[in-house]
Ligand binder design. Structure first.
Ligand code: SF4
Length: 213
């Protein structure tokens, strides 16, 4: 098969192959609704999903909705998340976030990028996770794996996450952006591992410009 020559062609073939490899594109942060995913994603900044998943069952049991979380002080949240990096700042952000949900959004997680990024602790990556995974809206979260794979596959030369998101959006149909990101993340964790990519086991190795084979 001819190698795709354009970034758009490589993006399309990448997603076709990764969809076969990871049919169930799933988010590895445990959650049952948009509020829980928002909380878990805020906690996941500079932390592992595994570490966040260990903390969230007790956290969600104690603070099951925005109204309960909005009514407490950050110091009451801290014992539930103190195994996670930056837990004091994150506890403050969680309480402030819940207060905004209650005061301005009737306790619902807002759906627009503009409203989401106004929440404390929420940047475009977190907003795109919530939009695509919990709300079924277009959103392409760019994390360290999406950044690395996008550069290795020469989908874009940008290194800034926001610029990468803007560069990738035209390459991926809107309805597929969330799954594209999730599958890139899974592939980055399992196969195209930072500093030691397993090109021999990679389903993209016949057209990836950075294949070491
Ligand atoms: S071929 Fe190698 S460098 Fe390219 S995506 Fe696969 S593992 Fe990564």
């Amino acid at each position: 098969m001819a190698k795709p020559r354009s970034p758009k062609g490589r993006a399309r073939l990448t997603h076709e192959r990764l969809a076969l490899e990871y049919p169930e594109a799933y988010c590895e942060l445990d959650h049952r609704n948009a509020f829980e995913l928002l909380v878990a994603t805020i906690l996941s900044a500079q932390a592992t999903d595994v570490g966040v998943n260990k903390a969230t069952p007790a956290l969600f049991a104690a603070f099951p909705d925005p109204w309960v979380l909005a009514a407490v002080e950050a110091s009451e949240v801290e014992p539930y998340v103190n195994s996670i990096g930056l837990f004091r700042q994150k506890s403050q952000n969680l309480v402030k976030m819940a207060r905004i949900l209650v005061a301005e959004h009737q306790g619902e997680v807002p759906s627009t990028m503009r409203d989401l990024v106004r929440l404390p602790g929420v940047g475009r990556k977190t907003a795109n996770v919530v939009r695509s995974v919990a709300l079924g809206l277009p959103g392409l979260p760019v994390d360290t794996h999406v950044t690395r794979l996008s550069n290795l596959l020469r989908l874009t030369d940008e290194t800034d996450a926001v610029k990468i998101e803007y560069a990738l959006n035209p390459l991926v149909p809107a309805a597929q952006r969330g799954e594209f990101s999730l599958r890139m993340i899974l592939h980055g964790r399992r196969v195209c591992i930072a500093r030691r990519p397993r090109c021999g086991d990679c389903v993209l190795n016949d057209f990836c410009p950075s294949s070491q084979l």
